[in-house]
Design a protein around this ligand. Structure first.
Ligand code: ATP
Length: 284
């Protein structure tokens, strides 16, 4: 049996961390949205074998248990004693290590797909809880819709569908190490996000009430090392984006526009400056 699952990228409308846990991991408070920049994950079950095979079309991503999609299949297979193997073929479109949750979204797609193929009958909440063991962004990616995310990433509260907007995504050619950025968080100096105000705007499904409260507390840390992040953000705002900021730990910057023509203008303004640029829509 075979299934194709779409694995959408995420952007952080907000990202804040109120405190760190005794084990050193962060408590998160984030509002995240899914965008129509997606990998396609083809999952084929292989009867009478238990082997998990992963293939990607990139040539540089690992195909073994270091691949988050492999880990997703392995967890479900062992936890539910499934005596069947699986072949996972990933067509990558989401830039890797970009702050767009690409690996997490592939893993979430495998959780959703195998839940159906293996008839496990798990709810999204159960899949999200399982996914947390893989990566903090997997629970959100299981839902893949605008949501308020707290805890270590496992508490997902879906929000009403925002009106579809255009999002310009720019991925500078720099590599950011997530653990290196997270180690530099100084809890005494964080300028926290007014998440309640942002949530009120999201509840009203009104972008105008969301834009003023968008903020990513990691942006000053990553952009201190890579000032081009702020250059891209500034260009996006100057060329007419309603709001622009870094996603996740970066380095990707996104700008939101309500009209396609405006998004095209924003894209044109950064094309010569940043090679990897996309225009996509928000997903409901
Ligand atoms: P994070 O903030 O969790 O690091 P990200 O969105 O910035 O996530 P990803 O594209 O998920 O970045 O890649 C992070 C790391 O995960 C990379 O080093 C990559 O080698 C590894 N990885 C494992 N499986 C995958 C996958 N299926 N797709 C992309 N990256 C993967």
């Amino acid at each position: 049996m075979q299934i194709v699952e779409k694995a959408a990228a995420k952007i952080n409308l907000s990202l804040d961390t109120p405190f760190s846990h005794p084990d050193g991991s962060q408590e998160w408070e984030m509002v995240m949205a899914a965008v129509d920049l997606a990998d396609y994950v083809t999952i084929t079950t292989i009867p009478k074998r238990t082997k998990i095979e992963v293939r990607t079309d990139t040539g540089f991503l690992p195909n073994d248990r270091r691949n988050l999609a492999f880990q997703a299949a392995h967890i479900l297979q062992t936890r539910f004693h499934v005596m069947e193997g699986v072949k996972i073929e990933i067509e990558k479109h989401i830039p890797v290590a970009a702050g767009l949750g690409g690996g997490s979204s592939d893993a979430a797609a495998v959780l959703r797909g195998l839940n159906r193929l293996w008839g496990l009958d798990l709810t999204l909440a159960q899949l999200a809880e399982i996914g947390l063991a893989i990566d903090a962004d997997v629970p959100f990616c299981v839902y893949s819709q605008t949501a308020y995310v707290t805890g270590k990433g496992e508490r997902i509260k879906p929000l009403p569908k925002m009106p579809a907007a255009w999002v310009v995504i720019a991925k500078p050619t720099i590599s950011v190490s997530t653990p290196v950025i997270l180690r530099q968080i100084d809890y005494k100096r964080i300028g926290h996000v007014n998440t309640q105000a942002l949530l009120a705007g999201a509840q009203q499904q009104d972008w105008q009430q969301v834009y003023p409260y968008m903020k990513n507390v990691l942006e000053p840390i990553t952009s201190h090392h890579y000032p081009e992040i702020l250059d891209i953000k500034e260009r996006m705002l100057q060329s007419g984006a309603c709001a622009a900021q870094m996603s996740g730990t970066g380095p990707t910057v996104f700008g939101i526009c309500e009209k396609q023509s405006r998004a095209q203008r924003v894209l044109n303004s950064i094309k010569g400056f940043c090679k990897e640029v996309y225009i996509v829509r928000t997903l409901g």
